[in-house]
Design a binder for this molecule. Structure first.
Ligand SMILES: [Zn+2]
Length: 337
């Protein structure tokens, strides 16, 4: 699912630029991967779709700012004249892909849209994100898509504070995040487990800088996949950010394209076993243009069962050991029993 309207979200000189999407789509085309995928129809999220997860004031703020020609929501988060339309398409495209997976039109989908979404809370756009694309799709799936249990797995290097804010009180949604910590936006401690009826349905795996491929594979094998198995989702949405790549300028993790392929493979395996393969990968961050394009292509080729030649290779620094945090989180959520 690619929507060219998303390119109209004009951030100027900013790491989250249209060039990210242009570059990765060109690379998918050039590598022959795009031809192996089935294009899905773009759509705009309606006001009703957005209002399932955002307050009317928050939606109005983005729309009014865009209508007045644009401006800043905060130091990081820009709105241009066409940003409301682009953000509504980013959220709507995520719904379109979710619908296609739930109706069986496709088994799995990858959503190539921007602005990203996982920092947008119920009340506030922030951190490059205007509307929370994944949360909008989860709410749509629960109300219109005929499912009653949705899992969201977030491997963007930043914690998805917005997603946690929106779904943290909802027992129908499992949210699992692996992220650098402490780091922007400051949330995502392992003690944050959801609130009220959603208590226990947020699993946070805060990670030190220099966590790499091996650490991520262990975390997905020992925490993420067992948590998915216990929850039993009917749909898995994946906040798929690639800013954990070793070359990324915005964080200090050591994932390589191979590491992202391994994570994708474990998620695909879990989706096949638990929910007939129904998984939707949704682009979040990733700010090194080449690393982003190769990480996306590596992930897509893994899902298609193809090999991938990664010219960037593995990180040159040694990765840290994350056995301690794995044990702590597994014990805390009783995933080690
Ligand atoms: Zn990020």
């Amino acid at each position: 699912m690619f929507d060219p309207v998303c390119l109209k979200h004009d951030t100027g000189d900013h790491p989250e630029s249209a060039q990210r999407l242009i570059g990765l789509m060109e690379h998918l085309k050039g590598s022959g991967l795009l031809a192996e995928m089935c294009p899905l129809p773009p759509e705009a999220a309606t006001l009703r779709d957005l209002a399932r997860v955002h307050s009317p004031a928050m939606i109005d703020r983005v729309r009014n700012l865009a209508e007045s020609g644009g401006g800043y929501i905060d130091l990081d988060t820009v709105v241009s004249a066409d940003s409301y339309e682009a953000a509504a398409r980013a959220a709507g495209g995520t719904i379109s892909a979710t619908r296609a997976v739930l109706t069986g039109a496709v088994t799995m989908a990858f959503v190539f849209v921007r602005p990203p979404g996982h920092h947008a809370t119920r009340e506030r756009s922030m951190g490059f994100c205007l509307f929370n694309n994944v949360a909008v799709a989860a709410a749509w799936a629960l109300e219109q898509g005929g499912v009653s249990r949705v899992a969201i797995v977030d491997y963007d290097v930043h914690h998805g504070n917005g997603t946690q804010d929106i779904v943290g009180g909802d027992a129908r949604v499992l949210y699992i995040s692996t992220h650098q910590y402490p780091y922007y936006p400051g949330t995502g401690h392992w003690r944050e487990t959801g609130v009220g009826e959603g208590e226990g349905t947020c699993i946070n795996v805060p990670l030190p800088p220099n966590t790499g491929d091996k650490g991520f594979a262990q975390i997905y094998e020992r925490i993420v996949v067992p948590a998915l198995e216990r929850f039993g989702p009917e749909l898995i949405l994946i906040s798929s950010g690639f800013d954990g790549h070793w070359a990324d300028p915005l964080a200090w993790m050591l994932l390589s394209v191979e590491g992202y392929r391994r994570v994708a493979s474990l998620l695909q395996y879990a989706a096949q076993r638990l929910c007939a393969g129904r998984a939707v990968f949704v682009l979040e961050g990733g700010y090194h243009l080449q690393a982003l394009a190769h990480s996306v292509a590596g992930t897509v080729s893994e899902l298609l069962g193809r090999p991938y030649q990664d010219p960037l290779g593995p990180a040159r620094e040694p990765e840290v050991d994350v056995q301690g945090i794995i044990r702590r989180v597994a014990r805390f959520h009783r995933l080690d029993e």
